[in-house]
Design a protein around this ligand. Structure first.
Ligand code: MG
Length: 287
């Protein structure tokens, strides 16, 4: 609900998952990896390694992306790999109290969205504000974000992609911590180009239930980040890494986008990434 006056009279919201319903077709795990996480001395070596593992997507940083579109398209020639999503890389802060900072963010996000669309990405990941980036009250910041998302969502849709709000853990962003909250902000923007992602690393600290978080987002969920749950390394590098409950949620909403590695690595990169892919496939099968 967008305003204080409408809050009291608000009807019980319909869960997105209830609109979506469980899928009638089996849902496939589509793995992706940030280019910086993949092992290899150069881009081609990295892509060779990912393809051999059966990884289908690559996630690129958004910094300088408009100048890299040709290079990436060439690197994908003759390969099955696709761009999964684009990770941030913009300037300014969307919900800063300072107008020039907001303008910088809007302009640079639009540029990156255009490139993201050209590459066929599901979306571009945007954090509205890290801790310390805004002096606005939560209420003012939310109203502002809803308004800006309507504009950015429309730009994204025209470019053939979406803006993906990423909730972070409280140590990084107190403004936006939970997937359901991000989904409700997107809903209030009334733009279908405004979507969300879930990062298991942040969700470990902020979500009481991973499956519930994904069900709340429903069709607005367009990307997922993977990391180990205690130290943010490759899944499996921490004892007891478990994603089954979250994967049950992804299956329930009929999630068709990518699940992407965004993490460090403690061991040998080739060995750990190979083991992480196996662990996720095993847990997906169990979900
Ligand atoms: Mg993330």
């Amino acid at each position: 609900m967008a305003t204080m006056t409408t809050l009291a009279a608000a009807a019980v919201p319909t869960l997105s998952a209830a609109e979506t319903g469980p899928p009638t077709q089996p849902v496939r795990l589509r793995l992706s990896c940030q280019d910086g996480v993949a092992p290899g001395k150069n881009l081609n070596e990295k892509l060779d390694f990912l393809e051999a593992l059966g990884v289908e997507g690559v996630e690129w940083g958004g910094g300088g992306l408009p100048r890299r579109v040709d290079e990436i398209q060439k690197a994908f020639q003759g390969r099955k790999l696709k761009t999964s999503a684009i990770c941030a890389g913009f300037g300014g802060c969307l919900i800063s109290e300072q107008e020039p900072e907001r303008q910088k963010a809007v302009a640079s996000i639009k540029e990156i969205l255009t490139a993201a669309g050209a590459l066929g990405a599901a979306g571009m990941i945007v954090v509205p504000a890290f801790n310390g980036q805004t002096k606005l009250s939560h209420w003012e910041a939310r109203e502002l974000l809803v308004k800006l998302l309507a504009e950015l969502g429309e730009h994204a849709q025209k470019a053939g992609t979406s803006v993906l709000l990423e909730p972070l853990n409280r140590g990084e962003s107190q403004f936006l911590r939970q997937v359901a909250d991000a989904a409700e902000i997107c809903k209030d923007s009334k733009s279908e180009g405004a979507c969300v992602m879930g990062d298991f690393w942040h969700m470990t600290w902020e979500e009481p239930n991973d499956m519930a978080a994904f069900l709340a987002a429903g069709k607005r969920l367009r990307h997922v980040h993977m990391a180990s749950r205690k130290t943010r390394n490759l899944p499996g590098e921490d004892a007891g890494d478990n994603y089954v409950n979250g994967f049950q949620g992804l299956k329930f909403i009929g999630y068709g986008d990518f699940v992407s590695f965004e993490c460090g690595c403690r061991g040998d990169r080739k060995t750990s990434l190979t083991a992480a892919v196996k662990l996720l496939r095993d847990q997906w099968a169990m979900a």
